[in-house]
Ligand binder design. Structure first.
Ligand code: AMP
Ligand code: MG
Length: 399
């Protein structure tokens, strides 16, 4: 089968996002408890049920005062604690003792820290002046009642959970997870419960892909291994095309027994690209057949992993109702010089240290799974730039 379309890495990303957004259906909505909502995609906008804070709050332990009275000597007339309804007021020349998180009494407009006063009985001496509003969070300064604080389509992480709890959402409406089928191909593969002969290897891609799918918010279904045979592969592909997304590994190169594209073509496949200027993972296929999206990922474990992370992951996230799918890209200075051949965007195993410097992990090629396990991120080398000096900034893709 001849090449359909070779695209740059950036083009491939754009095609995946554009096609999936254009053709996806809105996922089903489920109501789940707050703990189950972590990692899921919010299905509705969530608004503030009241002002936050609902009353002006003290940010410090100290004394509620009128800023205009300072510096000076004030009379302490009472106390207000956190969690206590505030019934006192602050008149001219007065102060009320206050704790962090307590409601600032009417009449007061600032809080002087306990460290900044001298108290003798009811007399409070303050030698400094305060800004109007100093150490006070005004009513509604975090959010106003009715304000939308979370939009449908965001993935719920730690801070979103804190916010949902703040808003009293013990249950949350989230989108159903996309169902993702995983089909490995290759006559050389055996499953984990079998001892491979010297000419065989264990099927690791189905497992790494399943973990990647779950991390991207999908539900993974491992369909087993298709042999390098067109009829049998087509049969298993037909099953896989009943899911929201089908991920295949292997069988998309130019080899005589690479039959995946031929098998997909039997189901009227439309191929949006079948080669990406990306390494590892040039022969990477994306398309649609029987009304479902598929990826044909190259079989070398690093290629499978990188193509999923950089391209297929976006499809899983968007099919799951996520509004946008962004790569966690950043930059770090190199611990040693790096060079590569221009023309391909490269994603290579690397380690980011606590000193913020990036070290390229030595490897023997894209079948070197132990090297992948020594890495904690991927180095991203620009397709246009051949040489990087020690200390020079280079791209990093975080897991
Ligand atoms: P392919 O893309 O089918 O040409 O596969 C390239 C190489 O990747 C094969 O020679 C295998 O060494 C390796 N490979 C393919 N599929 C898997 C798999 N499921 N698990 C581990 N390695 C694989
Ligand atoms: Mg193969």
């Amino acid at each position: 089968m001849g090449a359909v379309a070779t695209v740059s890495f950036q083009q491939a990303r754009e095609i995946v996002a554009e096609r999936v957004k254009a053709l996806r259906e809105r996922p089903r909505v489920e109501r789940v408890g707050l703990m189950e909502a972590a990692g899921r995609v919010l299905a509705v906008d969530v608004e503030a049920d009241r002002d936050y804070p609902a009353e002006p709050r003290s940010m410090r332990d100290g004394f509620a005062v009128r800023a205009g009275d300072l510096p000076g000597v004030l009379i302490v007339t009472g106390e207000v604690r956190a969690g206590q309804a505030c019934r006192v007021e602050v008149g001219p020349g007065e102060a009320v003792e206050i704790m962090t998180g307590a409601t600032v009494p009417r009449g007061a407009d600032a809080v002087v820290m306990v460290e900044h006063v001298r108290r003798e009985g009811a007399a409070l001496t303050v030698d400094r002046s305060l800004r109007d509003g100093e150490n006070v969070n005004g009513r509604g300064c975090d959010a106003e009642e009715g304000e939308i604080l979370l939009k449908a389509g965001v993935r719920i992480g730690t801070s979103e959970t804190a916010l949902l709890a703040t808003l009293g959402c013990a249950e949350v409406e989230v989108f159903a997870k996309p169902r993702v089928a995983i089909l490995a191909t290759g006559d050389e593969l055996v499953e984990l419960d079998r001892q491979p002969a010297p000419h065989q290897i264990r099927n690791s891609n189905s497992w790494s892909l399943a973990v990647q799918v779950v991390r991207a918010g999908g539900e993974a279904f491992i369909l087993g291994v298709a042999p390098d045979d067109l009829e049998e592969t087509a049969h298993m592909v037909e099953d896989g095309l009943r899911f929201d997304l089908l991920l295949l590994s292997g069988g998309v190169s130019a080899g005589k027994y690479d039959v995946v594209e031929l098998a997909l073509a039997r189901f009227g496949a439309e191929f949006y690209f079948d080669r990406v200027k990306l390494q590892p993972g040039q022969p990477c296929v994306f398309g649609r057949a029987n009304g479902r999206f598929f990826f044909g990922l190259p079989g070398n474990p690093a290629s499978t992993m990188v193509c999923f992370e950089t391209l297929a992951r976006a499809a899983v996230e968007l099919l799951g109702g996520q509004e946008e799918s962004l790569l966690k890209l950043t930059q770090a200075p190199l611990a040693a010089p790096f060079r590569h051949k221009a023309g391909l965007t490269r994603f290579l195993p690397a380690r980011l240290g606590e000193d913020g410097r990036l070290t390229h992990v030595k490897w023997s090629g894209s079948g070197d799974v132990p090297a992948l396990a020594r890495a904690n991120c991927l180095l991203v080398a620009d397709a246009q730039k051949e040489e990087y000096a020690e200390g020079e900034m280079i791209g990093v893709l975080l897991p």
